[in-house]
Design a protein around this ligand. Sequence first.
Ligand code: NAD
Length: 475
Amino acid sequence: MHTYSMYIGGEFRDKKEKILIENPATQEVFAQIPQADESDLVFCIEKAKSAQKTWQKTSFKERKQLLQGISKVILENLKNLAELETKEIGKPIKETLFVDIPLAAQCFEYYASLIENVSFPSFFNKDAFDMVEYVPFGVVGMFLPYNVPLMLFGFNAAAALAAGNAIIVKPSELGSLSLLELAKYIDELDFPEGLINIITGEGPIIGKALAASDIDMFSFTGASETFKKIFESIKRPKKVISELSGVNLAIVFSDADLEESSENIMASAFMKQGQMCINTSVCLIEEGIYKQFLELLSKKMEKIKVGDPSSALTGMGPLRSKKHLEEVVNKVEEFKEKRAKIIKGGKALETKGYFFEPTIIEIPEMIYAECFNPILLVKKFNQEEIETIIAQNPTGLVLQIWSKDLKKAKALAENAQYGTVWINTFAQMDARTPFGGFKESGFGRTLGKWGLFEYLQPKHIGISFGKTQVSGWFG
Ligand code: NAD
């Protein structure tokens, strides 16, 4: 069994109390991580504060070097990191190796080049001069979910470091290993001790303590329910970015390219076993093509190979934990009680590991519930009701629209309260495009220049060289 240490204040620290890490495909316990306590957090914050003071004074050139260094070590160790995420989380190796981890490296490279081009606006008047500076917040706490730890580290840490902050990353206890492994390579790079910290342990213990601590800002990516708990722990006003759950809809009109749309909706429902924030919760199919489209989806589902995630041929691996598998099994029973019809799948595999079949369930009434699992809900719609269905979603993360009528699709996209609308596409995003939610899906954006400015606060410095606007006001 491999023992990983956490990375705080520039040192690798172990603890007596450990969390065991299980491979969800085999149920073998293969690693352990430390459970941090309050004293680790105090040490970590102190070091981070001091490192941040130094880092804030560094030139963009120096920051760029670190970001490029991180991108380089991710790519140099890509295979190792991808295999580790696959082993711990159960995502097929095709996804970790070619999508998730390369995107993390791309984010560091992107922000390295972006900061070179950040300009500082200034305004000249006759006797006055106004400058706008961008100031980092200080020490940023970063809560990450289990599904894509390195990728989301790239989304958030690259921007926060580029902006001049220190970071304390709190990965999920179900997805810490790739970050702890990466820490070994990052430690070789040149930066102030304590600038980058990865503190591990249970959310309700060390996560709660981090939220209640004296950090200056935090970003949270995870479930809306967890966010509410974290919010209650915060002791003083501070900047918070939240990337939360979404009930993502995919709308297929009868004039859509059915082949292309079905391929994409399959990917959006079953990649990562549905454990991704951009996955499709409900696929709405226009009534005229309902039967035909459902048959197409069902046929395509037969091609999904469920099994060993480390095999290049595997399309779907196991769910991350026994608890999650049990929740999915119970969910299917609940759907049955609510008159939903199982079109395909619906069962756990009778084998070792937490495998669940790719599943399609037809729902009679609209349900706005996040599906973070391999269940695709399908429902018929007619033209008259679709705008209301889109608008009534309490969340607003991702909307997919499939139609050859781009005028109609664009009009729907413009009215929709969603952070991302994909028309005839899925997962069309990279380090340059903003990502985040409307409504209950959160506040703030990652990626692009918007992601950088979330981690900076603008400061106005106004200088007068003569009489000011208010001198003589009272006579
Ligand atoms: P989660 O909410 O259970 O955990 C997120 C983080 O919060 C983890 O680090 C966890 O340890 C910590 N945590 C848990 N309880 C805590 C507490 N009481 N106090 C402090 N910290 C606590 O999420 P998850 O199950 O790991 O991930 C799945 C969820 O994440 C889904 O709902 C999904 O939609 C969401 N997600 C959203 C995005 C996005 O960009 N919008 C991206 C990925 C995942």
